[in-house]
Design a protein around this ligand. Structure first.
Ligand code: GDP
Ligand code: MG
Length: 812
């Protein structure tokens, strides 16, 4: 990428593009999953609204971690294909090759960067807007896309792509050119323009882009071919100039040593040209492994800890000086200590605040604090992330996972999932009964550790003395053993949410449901849970006993266990790169959680038993719970009329429908299953009481039919007749899922007042009511499915017909 020179150009090769698309298609098919190593690429089609030829483009999206593989047909992040004027396949948008942070992958280890790359090194700031791709279609349409989509989103919020189009119109007008001009020019060059949309009015960013600074910053032009080929900085700037884009600045350095020194220096302060920056993207050439050819290659250098912590301190100090409350989320403990120190210094030294506000003495105040604490920034970060360096990195055994949690956080679920995935050990404190439990618990953990590389010490350890106990009992005789805290973070802000989530989990779900119906037992469980929350002492990595942990992994008690499982595995693999050889796929993780949630039945008696007489651990039916008290009944009015459907065929149809979609597409369905949010029974509502005023005749007809059918106002409902229901397709967004249904009704007896007759499958949580299916389907009819609408859709194979029973359902 030398100076202006001639811009790179290569035409498209139809055969090559055809092969690329075949390879991408192949990966979306199910068969490729047979081999564990297969990648998956998601294809989404978009109709281009303003294209005279009604062109459709397809977006191709890999899972992010797949880019670390070495067998992808292309590494373009942001890739759209379409057809040319002859109906042949073409690449219409080509993003940059996915690039990585220094040290993140083998190729970006400094040693390899030094050995394999060639200058000049073009450094640009890592922007934090959103990426916009622009190119020209054969019918003269200017195609504007965000990374994986194009066109409007379908709700009132503007999509990135549409916001990009507005800016393009504005800038083109300023240089007296049209969309068509730009489209033809890009097509002539067989290129994709890559720009950053930076506009605070559209979306707030960390760096300010208001007024004159807002717009599209052009930072690259890529050739639309499977390999990565891109313009040099000066070439990009020349194009920007001509077409009214804002220009991206490039700092050009000749050799890698200068580059590295420069980057390390900027990292010290986190600011460059008086501006806070997140990091840099570095463009250069790299030697291709196989051929030895020099090809375009990018990497990034992101500012990391402790610099981000220093920046936080600086901002908090400025807030103090301005008399505002400092806001911070990370490094909480040490930041509080720092602020205490800073406050004192500011009080003692008049004039210091003013100086500081003018950016003087920032580093000194920070260093003075560290000196007083006798700490280095890196020590703090190490203590927090607890990567204690050298020998630990090599560990592949002698690791104990120690949760710090309260009841219902999902400790056991995690443990069972990890056992399922890796065959690690698991000791449940609940299963250790009798006298002297703590030492016996530790002993059992150590015994399993002789056989297994990792053991999960499944106990709450909510209080410091418990942590002290296990750390002491393990470390005194076995200093080589690593204790990793699984810190289910509880803060005053989150505690009420945690309470809600854990109580719901423990009380109201599946198998527990039957066992703890009685209010008195519920209260007992709640009392015990509350006790744990009350006694909970947060982890403090700088003080005894918690400084005895070798590492801390923060988890969110309110997140689902699938999420926490992924966090644990990814952080463990970073802490101990040799521990997990074969990283599980996302399907493996889904499986493991499903196993943990279904096979393993939590036994609430242990919880109750914790404080009372101990029960035999295998005797699940042994516990006696009182029956629900009988409540005197009153006559009840009709609430709604519905066609009740058999459960099994519907669940099977859903399973089949989702078996062959990408894991991304199936995510919400899995979430519903995993969180047991599918409806306990399925029905099509014909009319609800709420709609009786709008449809008085129908309501009257149904009410009459209901009483004629012997509808008993003292009981739950009545059978009013039969109706077959045809299940067409499943539609969902991230809140609710429904099946579009059609009444197959020969006598035309039945009428449904909803715009789209449907079966609600489930909702995300109790805050989303089943009736919101109506809103979902209304939106679906209007805007359809796809990335932009956020609505997913999958057909039910063979359009299943099920027999339903029409019932009148009475108010509770
Ligand atoms: P522990 O008390 O920390 O060991 O928590 P458990 O692992 O026993 O989990 C408490 C309850 O919540 C159990 O019934 C689990 O099946 C359930 N549970 C755990 N993780 C999840 C999750 O991600 N979603 C839902 N809905 N339930 C979960
Ligand atoms: Mg448990």
């Amino acid at each position: 990428m030398a100076g202006l020179g001639e811009a790179p150009y290569v035409p498209q090769d139809v055969q090559e593009v055809q092969t690329l698309i075949q390879n991408l298609e192949g990966s979306t098919k199910k068969e490729s999953k047979a081999s564990r190593k297969a990648f998956s690429c998601k294809k989404t089609a978009f109709d281009i609204a303003n294209s005279p030829e009604k062109i459709t483009v397809n977006s191709w999206r890999f899972q992010d971690w797949d880019y670390k593989r070495d067998d992808l047909p292309t590494y373009a992040r942001g890739l759209f294909t379409s057809k040319n004027e002859k109906g042949q396949p073409e690449i219409c948008i080509r993003g940059y090759d996915k690039f990585f942070n220094t040290e993140e992958v083998n190729a970006t280890k400094w040693r390899n960067i030094e050995n394999n790359t060639k200058g000049p090194y073009e450094l640009s700031l890592k922007e934090n807007g959103c990426i916009i791709f622009i190119s020209g279609l054969h019918d003269g349409t200017l195609l504007v896309c965000s990374k994986h989509s194009t066109g409007p989103r379908g709700d009132e919020t503007k999509s990135h792509a549409v916001a990009g189009e507005h800016w393009i119109d504005k800038q083109l007008a300023a240089v007296g050119k049209s969309r068509g001009d730009l489209a033809r020019e890009l097509r002539r060059r067989n290129a994709t323009a890559v720009a950053e949309l930076c506009d605070d009015d559209f979306e707030e960013h960390i760096l300010a882009y208001a007024g004159d600074n807002a717009g599209l910053y052009l930072h690259g032009i890529n050739i639309n071919i499977p390999e990565f080929m891109t313009y040099s900085g000066p070439q990009v700037q020349a194009f920007a100039e001509e077409w009214g884009f804002r220009k991206t600045d490039f700092l050009v350095l000749d050799d890698i040593q200068t580059t590295k020194t420069f980057l390390d220096q900027v990292a010290e302060t986190g600011s460059y040209n008086g501006r806070d920056v997140e990091g840099f993207v570095i463009r250069c050439k790299s030697q291709e492994k196989a051929s030895g050819h020099l090809v375009d290659w990018f990497f990034k250098y992101k500012f990391e800890e402790p610099y981000l912590m220093y920046r936080q301190w600086r901002e908090c100090t400025k807030a103090l000086i301005a008399g505002k409350p400092p806001r911070f989320k990370k490094h909480v403990k040490i930041t509080e200590e720092y602020l205490l120190y800073a406050r004192r210094q500011l009080a003692e030294n008049r004039g210091m605040g003013k100086e500081y506000a003018a950016n003087h003495g920032i580093i000194k105040l920070r260093d003075d604090f560290l000196k007083e604490k006798n700490l280095k920034g890196s020590d703090i970060i190490r203590a927090e992330y607890a990567i204690t360096g050298g020998p630990q990195k090599d560990a592949a055994k002698d690791i104990i996972l120690v949760p710090i949690a309260t009841l219902g956080c999902g400790k056991t679920t995690l443990a069972v999932a990890l056992v399922h995935l890796f065959g690690w050990g698991h000791v449940q404190n609940d299963n250790i009964q009798g006298k002297g439990r703590p030492p016996r618990f530790t002993k059992e953990v150590l015994t399993q550790l002789e056989q297994m590389p990792v053991v999960f010490a499944d106990r709450n350890n909510a209080q410091r003395y418990e942590r002290q106990q296990i750390i002491g009992d393990v470390k005194t005789p076995h200093p080589e053993i690593r204790l990793v805290a699984l810190n289910f973070v509880h803060t005053p802000d989150t505690i009420s949410k945690i309470r809600e989530v854990t109580q719901n989990r423990v009380l109201s779900r599946g198998d527990n449901h039957q066992t703890i119906q009685a209010a008195s037992d519920q209260n007992k469980v709640l009392g015990i849970m509350e006790g744990f929350i009350h006694r909970f002492e947060a982890l403090d990595p700088y003080a005894q006993p918690d400084d005895g942990f070798d590492a801390v992994i923060d988890l969110d008690p309110t997140a689902n266990s699938r999420h926490n499982l992924e966090t644990v595995i990814s952080q463990l693999s970073e802490l101990f790169p040799k521990l997990i050889n074969d990283m599980p796929s996302s399907e493996d993780l889904d499986d493991a959680i499903n196993v943990a949630l279904s096979d393993y039945k939590p036994d609430i008696r242990h919880t109750i038993g914790d404080r009372g007489p101990k029960n035999n651990k295998n005797n699940k039916k042994g516990q006696q719970f009182k029956e629900q008290p009988q409540i005197a009944k009153r006559p009840k009015p009709l609430e709604y009329v519905s066609i009740n459907l058999p459960k099994t065929p519907i669940l099977e149809a859903l399973e089949t429908a989702f078996a062959s979609v990408s894991s991304n597409k199936g995510r919400f369905f899995r979430q519903l299953q995993e969180t047991r949010r599918t409806q306990p029974e399925f029905h099509v509502t014909l009319i609800h009481r709420a709609a009786s005023k709008a449809h008085p005749e129908l309501w009257q007809r149904y009410t009459d039919m209901h009483s004629q059918s012997g509808g008993d106002p003292w009981s739950g409902g009545s059978k009013m007749g039969q109706c077959k229901v045809l299940l067409e397709r499943v539609v969902w967004d991230n809140r609710i899922m429904a099946i579009v249904a059609r009444l197959v009704d020969e006598d035309e007896n039945w009428e449904c007042v909803n715009q789209v007759a449907h079966v609600t499958v489930g909702t995300r949580a109790d805050d989303v009511k089943p009736k919101e299916s109506n809103d979902l389907l209304k939106r679906w009819i209007e805007v359809g499915s796809g990335d932009d609408s956020g609505i997913g859709e999958v057909a039910i194979e063979g359009r299943l017909i099920v027999d339903g029973t029409v019932k009148g359902i009475l108010s509770r």
